[in-house]
Design a protein around this ligand. Structure first.
Ligand code: HEC
Length: 184
C-alpha cells in the first residue's frame, strides 16, 4: 500500500469534512469552534469595549492614570507639608481647608483686623480681598510680606510674633477670599 493510499483509508474514517489543504500529508478536520468557546470570545470582546469606555473614556474619576496622578500630587503635597516646606499649591490647598481657615481667621481678627479691618476691606493697611497687590499676588508673596513686614510703610514684621504655623494659617485665611489659578 503506497503512502497516498494509506492516507485515503484514514480519511474515510473521518466523520467531519476535511479542509482542502494538505501540508506534508497532514490534513485537518473542518470542526466549528464549540459554542461555549465562541460565547466566551464574544463576551470578552464586548467586555473589553465596556471596560475601555468606563475606565478610560467616560468616567473621569476611574481613569487609572488620572487617579494615580491626583494621588501622587496629594502625597507630594502632604510630604512637603510634613517637611515644613510651603509652596503656592500647598497654600492654595490649605486655603480650601475649613479647619486651617478657621484657625487663620482667629489670628487675623486678633492681630490684623485693626489695620486691615475685620472684613479685609482695608484702612491703615490695604484691602486684602481685592485683586490689587502691592507685593505680589502669589501665596508665597503674601506669606513673605506677613513674615517680614514692610517696616517703612507700617506693616509690622509678624515672623517672630506669630511663628510659621500661624502665619501660614492667616495667609490661608486671606487666600480663602481669592481663587487659585485655573489648572491647565
Ligand atoms: C499696624 C497696622 C497693620 C497691622 C496690624 C497689619 N498690617 Fe498688614 N499691612 C499694613 C500696611 C500699612 C501695609 C502696606 C504695606 C505697603 O504699602 O508696602 C500692609 C500690607 C499687608 C499685606 C500686603 C498687601 C499687598 O497688597 O501686597 C498683607 C498680605 C498683609 N499686610 C497682611 C497682614 C496680616 C496677615 C496681618 C496680621 C498678622 C497684618 N497685615 C497686620 C499694616 C498692617
Amino acid at each position: 500500500m503506497s503512502n497516498q493510499e494509506s492516507r485515503k483509508t484514514e480519511v474515510t474514517h473521518a466523520v467531519e469534512p476535511l479542509r482542502a489543504h494538505d501540508f506534508d500529508g497532514i490534513q485537518e478536520f473542518d470542526n466549528p469552534m464549540p459554542n461555549w468557546w465562541l460565547a466566551l470570545l464574544i463576551a470578552s470582546i464586548v467586555f473589553a469595549f465596556g471596560y475601555w469606555a468606563v475606565m478610560h473614556r467616560y468616567v473621569e474619576e476611574s481613569d487609572p492614570g488620572k487617579v494615580l496622578t491626583a494621588k501622587m500630587e496629594r502625597a507630594s503635597q502632604e510630604a512637603a507639608r510634613r517637611a515644613g516646606v510651603l509652596s503656592n499649591p500647598i497654600l492654595w490647598t490649605m486655603s480650601r481647608d475649613a479647619t486651617v481657615v478657621k484657625a487663620g481667621k482667629e489670628v487675623y481678627l486678633a492681630s490684623c483686623a485693626p489695620c486691615h479691618l475685620p472684613d479685609l476691606a482695608g484702612a491703615i493697611g490695604p484691602n486684602l480681598k481685592d485683586e490689587i497687590w502691592i507685593h505680589g499676588s502669589q501665596p508665597l508673596d503674601i506669606l513673605k510680606v506677613i513674615t517680614e513686614g514692610v517696616a517703612v510703610k507700617g506693616m509690622p514684621t509678624w515672623g517672630p510674633v506669630l511663628g510659621r504655623q500661624k502665619i501660614s494659617e492667616v495667609a490661608a485665611f486671606i487666600l480663602s477670599f481669592h481663587q487659585p489659578p485655573a489648572t491647565p
